[in-house]
Each structure stands twice: as C-alpha cells, then as structure tokens.
Design a protein around this ligand. Structure first.
Ligand code: SF4
Length: 366
C-alpha cells in the first residue's frame, strides 16, 4: 500500500496495483465488480497500512464468494420498498422515518444490506426532498428523522445544513439521526463547516457504523472527538461478520474502543440476507453465544443490543441471548447468570400482592 494514498481505489486494477488482490484474480472478480461497486478511501487505505488484521480489508475488497447467491437471499432484505410512501422515504414505524437523502457512500461495503441500491441513483432532487419533507410535515406522529442512504455525510456541509434547517422547521420532529461511516472512513470530512451545520435544533444524533477495532485510528478518534466536543450525541451500530469480528476478543476491543471515544454501542446487527453475502453471515446461535460471553466481560453500557431486521420489512427486534426461561410451576422462572449458572426465581403470588395492596385493615379478623 502507498503510505500517503491520495485518492480512493475504485477498480480491480487499483486493488491489484496496491497488492490487495493478486494479479491472477482480476478476471474472476470482474463479474463481482460489475455487480457491486468498489471504493476504499485514502483513510481506509491508511488504516490497512497500520494493521495486519484481515478484518478491515475483508469489508471492502471483493471476493468471488459474492457471486454465490443463496435461495434465502433478497435484493431488498429489510423490505424498505414495502414501506416507502414517497421516493427516498421509508416509514416503517409510526414515530420515525428514514430519509435516503443520497445513495452514494465513501466506501462500498461487501456485506451492505442496501448493496443493490447504493452507488446507483445518486442524491434526491430538490423536488424529491420537497415531497419527502412535505410527507413528514403532514404526519405529526413523526418524532425522528433518520438520514441515511447511502451515507448522508458525503454531502457538502452546506447541503447538510440546508436539509437540517428544513427538517428542524417541522415542529413535531425533535430528533435528527445520521447513520454514517464517515468518521472512520473519511474523518477529514468532520471539519468546522460540518460541525457548524450539525449544531441545529432539534437534537442531532450521529450513529457511527464501524465493525472492527482497527478502524478506530487516531484520525477516526480525532473526528469523533470533534463531534463529541460539538455536543453531538454519538452511538454506534456494527454488523456481526464472519471473519471480521465474530470472536469475543475483537468485539470486546471494538466496544471498549467506542466507549473510550464517547460513542455508546447501540446495535450489533445480525448480518442481513443481502444477496452474495452468505460468507459473512454467522448463525444466530453463534451471535447469542458471543453476546453471552461479552455480558460476562463488559459493563452493561459497553454492550449493544444484538438485533435482527426481520426479512420482508417486519421490523427490527432484539434476538438475545435470553436469560429467563419459564419454570415448571406457574409464576416460576429459571434465570441464567453471566457465567452460565442457572437460578430459580418466583414472582410474588397474586394473593400476597392483593394482601399488600389491601393493607392491614383489610385483613380478616380472627
Ligand atoms: S457505508 Fe453503509 S450504506 Fe454505504 S455501502 Fe457501507 S454499509 Fe452500505
């Protein structure tokens, strides 16, 4: 790798020149590159130069495994299209909408759940933004607008400022949330102009997508420090990825690194059923086992919720592990502690509850 890369790598020839794929692989990877875009920013290239861990490169460098499409895999695995009342908007839950302001990203992740959409249609036109915000304005139950894409932070600070001001003018919207990879893959974008744009009301929250502790370079930590210093609430989302972070040591380092940089771990996503991503997917049982192991190692505030976006657009739910099972008797439970020990627990009986609620005066006189 060049030590001070000046531009993004976007072609197989670029990857070959930088030694990220062997010369012999270019022909076999051509159909992958045709189907799904490639982009590694200079910051990603620098992070690759700083680590011998394969977990960063695997996220961005294409492999022929992406040509294997499994029967259960879908072009739109979380069902965005089924909940899109207006172009560029997903309204799945009553109190929040996703605004897909752009389909462009700084990087193209090999496991992306929107990989069939990103990199394609570009940015919403002014008319489309107008229509999407009119929809938000007409639905008073919408409390939160989530800007995603693509990656909304690829837009200029000026454009971001304009969009935020317009959302902030909708009285019932109290929270604007960014989902972005920019602080780790293009940290230089977090500059004074962007910070000024983000300082609006309602409260702006940034949810950082990061999957491996080696992504937390000094440059990335600097970008997060600037965001936190500007009063932006920071949370994270990560995807559980085979070969990248599917071991407890890597996840522990990832979550500790986030908390150290004032980012609250928020979600660990089970890898969605996007086409050509089966080689990244663990089983749910493996994910639950990892989360149970981490529960014994980390403070609760370092642990994200392990979630699955139910295929078809039915929403996101926590998928464990569960610590409570029903016991043999009504009202009895078996609770598992962080080390795997099992303990009985019994709910207060109804009659005791009723006696407590009625108080001593109500006790029968004998
Ligand atoms: S940055 Fe996000 S939206 Fe873009 S390719 Fe990666 S996972 Fe997908």
């Amino acid at each position: 790798m060049s030590s001070r890369p000046a531009r993004a790598l976007t072609t197989l020839a670029d990857l070959r020149r930088e030694g990220l794929i062997p010369d012999s692989a270019e022909a076999s990877l051509a159909p992958v590159a045709e189907a799904f875009r490639i982009r590694l920013t200079p910051a990603v290239q620098r992070s690759l130069g700083e680590t011998a861990e394969p977990g960063v490169a695997l996220q961005y460098v294409p492999t022929t495994a992406e040509l294997t499409i499994r029967p259960e895999e879908l072009a739109d695995p979380i069902g965005d299209a089924a909940h899109s009342p207006v172009k560029g908007l997903t309204h799945r839950y009553p109190d929040r909408v996703i605004l897909h302001i752009t389909q462009t990203c700084e990087v193209y992740c090999r496991f992306c759940f929107r990989r069939e959409a990103v990199g394609g249609a570009g940015t919403l036109t002014e008319t489309e933004v107008e229509a999407a915000l009119a929809y938000v304005g007409a639905h008073p139950a919408i409390w939160e607008v989530i800007l995603t894409g693509g990656d909304p932070m690829v837009l200029s600070a000026r454009r971001i400022g304009q969009i935020l001001s317009r959302i902030a003018a909708i009285p019932h919207v109290e929270i604007i949330r960014f989902h972005t990879r920019v602080p780790v893959v293009a940290p230089e974008r977090i500059d004074d102009a962007l910070l000024d744009a983000l300082r609006v009301r309602p409260q702006v929250m940034v949810v950082l997508h990061t999957n491996h502790p080696a992504e937390m370079t000094a440059e990335a930590a600097g970008a997060l420090s600037r965001l936190a210093g500007a009063g932006i609430v920071l949370r994270s989302q990560s995807v559980l990825l085979r070969g990248v972070n599917d071991d407890a040591d890597t996840l522990e380092a990832l979550f500790r690194g986030l908390v150290r940089n004032r980012v609250q771990p928020y979600y660990l996503h089970h890898c969605d059923l996007a086409r050509g991503t089966g080689h990244f997917r663990t089983t749910i049982a493996e994910g639950q086992r990892l989360m149970a192991e981490l529960r014994g190692r980390l403070s609760g505030h370092c642990l994200p919720t392990y979630v699955l976006d139910i295929p078809g657009g039915y929403g996101k739910v926590p998928i464990g592990p569960g610590y409570v099972a029903e016991g043999a008797e009504p009202g009895s439970h078996v609770v598992t502690d962080p080390k795997g020990g099992r303990h009985g627990y019994r709910d207060p009986s109804r009659s005791a509850e009723a006696a407590a609620a009625e108080g001593p005066e109500a006790s029968p006189v004998v």
